[in-house]
Design a protein around this ligand. Structure first.
Ligand code: FES
Ligand code: FES
Length: 167
């Protein structure tokens, strides 16, 4: 077994200090060592985006990083999106209200990607949303309701009315 290395990072507002093997991927660290299983593993090709987390202001596929590379970083996972009293984030509410999921496997990664997208572009067009989530695959929904869910969240966060686009 390889020698373990100390890492520390802030995850969902909590300082985490752990020992990890150098080969441990960030996704396995998050899921198995920290038991934050909302972040999913959907492929072994860095393709699906189910493992997306927010890392130092960027959307990162956590299967593409070693945990040691995240040393000193600030990470938000899906578990950090709702308010401490359980109130859903606007994106979680949007996915619920607009039926933006079916099996739900892609949903945590999709929400984390959408979260960063709305930080970068608070009022995206439909085309910008589709481009923005292009690295996240959904096998079920056909994406239409995911786009609506993100539009719903953008309107809520901006305090503007949400007008559902005709299909
Ligand atoms: Fe598919 Fe990370 S698990 S991109
Ligand atoms: Fe099933 Fe997206 S809801 S993969």
């Amino acid at each position: 077994m390889a020698k373990k290395i100390p890492v520390s990072m802030t995850i969902n507002g909590r300082l985490v200090e752990e020992m990890v093997e150098p080969r441990l991927l960030l996704i396995h660290f998050i899921r198995e060592q920290l038991a934050l299983t909302g972040t999913h593993i959907g492929c072994d090709t860095s393709h699906c985006g189910a493992c997306t987390v927010d890392l130092d202001g960027m959307s990162v596929k956590s299967c593409t990083r070693f945990a040691v590379q995240a040393d000193g970083s600030t990470i938000t996972t899906i578990e950090g999106m709702a308010a401490p009293d359980g109130t859903l984030h606007a994106l979680q509410e949007g996915f619920r209200m607009m039926h933006g999921l079916q099996c739900g496997f892609c949903t945590p990664g999709m929400i984390m990607r959408a979260h960063r997208l709305l930080q970068e572009n608070p009022d995206p067009t439909e085309e910008e949303i589709r481009f923005g989530i292009a690295g996240n695959l959904c096998r079920c929904t056909g994406y239409q309701n995911i786009v609506k869910a993100i539009q719903y969240a953008a309107a809520k966060l901006n305090g503007t009315p949400f007008v559902e686009a005709a299909e």
